[in-house]
Design a binder for this molecule. Sequence first.
Ligand code: PEP
Length: 249
Amino acid sequence: MRKVIIAGNWKMNKETESAVSLVRELKTEVRDITDREIVVCPPFTLLGEVKKNLCDSNIFLGGQNMFWEKEGAYTGEISPLMLKDAGCKYVIIGHSERRAYFGETNESVNKKVKTAFCYDFIPIVCIGETLAQREKGEAFGVVEKQLREGLADLKVEDFSKLVVAYEPVWAIGTGKTATPLQAEEIHKFIREILESIFEGKSEEIRILYGGSIKPENISDLMSCQNIDGGLIGGASLSADNFIKIIKFI
Ligand code: PEP
């Protein structure tokens, strides 16, 4: 049985005051939830403050990105040791915005995923096609390449800890959500590819959907057999919406 993950990606949003008020409300409202893993991924500058406010809670902390080197002359980067020190358990890797604006490739994703496992993080590895790729009928091919290259040569003991997030680029921040049918079609395909890479382990790997999830569409998406949770951007910035999403039935 795969435990559902609901993860909020705040992206480059929030400063201390609004971050603290959001997580305080969240902490109180979700304190009795034990059947889902709840994660928040604030910007790096807020990790310390958010961690402080989440102590003794059932909410985990995640980074939005991470470099593969542990320390050194890499101005502007964040290392696995730093994320550990800040209290992160999860790390988002290869988000489509990182791929589109900051030159992330399947190769850099692969290095980061290996580093994440090396430092005992749970990586949330993002994949997904653009609108142009979908319209050309390339969605399945793109996703397969991202999986095969981004997840190459992992250690057997890490297979089941992996989390994949399918986030069609055309659905991120656009208000357009993949229909449950569209999402499940790709999620099922992703699990088949994962099975061919990680023989016998694909049923343990959580595959999240991301792309304009809201309180109104979470339940339908979560009713799909191969959707094991959500990576939520915009709607995770509001305590009210994020709480409703976490508490979907
Ligand atoms: C995301 O950035 O991971 C995301 C899914 O964003 P949104 O929910 O705003 O579409």
